[in-house]
Design a protein around this ligand. Structure first.
Ligand SMILES: C[S@@+](CC[C@H](N)C(=O)[O-])C[C@H]1O[C@@H](n2cnc3c(N)ncnc32)[C@H](O)[C@@H]1O
Length: 266
């Protein structure tokens, strides 16, 4: 069977050719460009079973990124694994907002609450000069993966397991920027099937999806801090009223980011 014939089996299910190339590439340990260049060659028989095993996982909705073990975020590749949320493109917008605040006020100490794979904390540490980024998560698996990703790039980050900012209470007063992409889905929300493979604690936050925000703004004295958070596209109005912050849109024009800088005094 040629690579071209194998790819056709995949795309006939309505899935993109690019995915087939990446999956075949994972099995035969080659880049997708190699497969494109050799698409009319026979695929060595010993690879076929594993390739179709991976295809079958995708046909059942298992996320591509978990199969590949890597995901791109803000132009860099990060390790990803089952049990940790797959970073989404909208979240890259948080980086742009944070970079602007770090530059404008020369911020040094940042905390990312709910790090997941660590992409936000690590990207800020790599994109901004002389910052120290702390990160927390309630999931031990997420903290271990974040550490692995930070090591990959030598990022100046410290991760600890625990809820909200609790693991770093001793230095909380020195924190100038809080960033977070928290769980914000309503517990009764109907999700696409791919999301069933992702951790529930990364997605859901009470009946209206807003528990995490309410708790964060209630629990801490945020004086002297800027808060930048990702939000659900229908949560802007409520969160603006709750926090006195403002709402920014993502690239598809949906309300997506909450910025509260009223606590910051220059
Ligand atoms: C939506 S995911 C975001 C992961 C990552 N920051 C990203 O953007 O890809 C939310 C993360 O928050 C963590 N989490 C949920 N509740 C938390 C809490 N109270 N304190 C700290 N982390 C929490 C989850 O385990 C999950 O890793």
């Amino acid at each position: 069977m040629t690579f071209s014939e194998i790819i056709k089996i995949y795309t006939e299910k309505g899935l993109p050719e690019r995915e087939a190339l990446l999956l075949i590439g994972k099995v035969i340990k080659q880049k997708k460009e190699y497969i494109i260049a050799h698409r009319y060659d026979e695929c060595p028989k010993e690879y076929l079973e594993y390739i179709f095993e991976l295809f079958e996982k995708r046909f059942n909705g298992y996320p591509l990124q978990y199969i590949l073990g890597e995901v791109e975020f803000y132009g860099r590749m990060f390790y990803i694994e089952e049990g940790v949320l797959i970073p989404r493109w909208e979240t890259e917008g948080l980086i742009d907002i944070c970079k602007e605040y770090v530059r404008r006020y020369d911020l040094k100490n940042i905390i990312d609450i709910g790090v997941g794979s660590g992409v936000i904390a690590i990207t800020i540490a790599l994109e901004c000069n002389n910052v120290r980024v702390y990160g927390t998560d309630i999931s031990e698996k997420a903290i271990a993966l974040s550490q692995r990703n930070a090591n990959r790039y030598g990022a100046n980050c410290t991760f600890k397991c625990g809820e909200f900012a609790e693991p770093f209470l001793d230095l909380f007063d020195t924190i100038q920027l809080i960033v977070s992409n928290p769980p914000y889905v309503r517990t009764d929300a109907k999700l696409q099937k791919e999301l069933n493979y992702e951790p529930r604690e990364a997605l859901f936050s009470g009946e209206d999806g807003l528990n995490f925000y309410r708790e964060l703004f209630k629990r801490y004295n945020l004086e002297g801090k800027i808060v930048v958070m990702e939000i659900g596209d229908d949560q802007g109005e409520y969160l603006k009223n709750l926090t006195g912050g403002h709402i920014l849109k993502d690239l598809s024009g949906k309300d997506r980011y909450l910025v509260v800088d009223k606590f910051w005094v220059v």
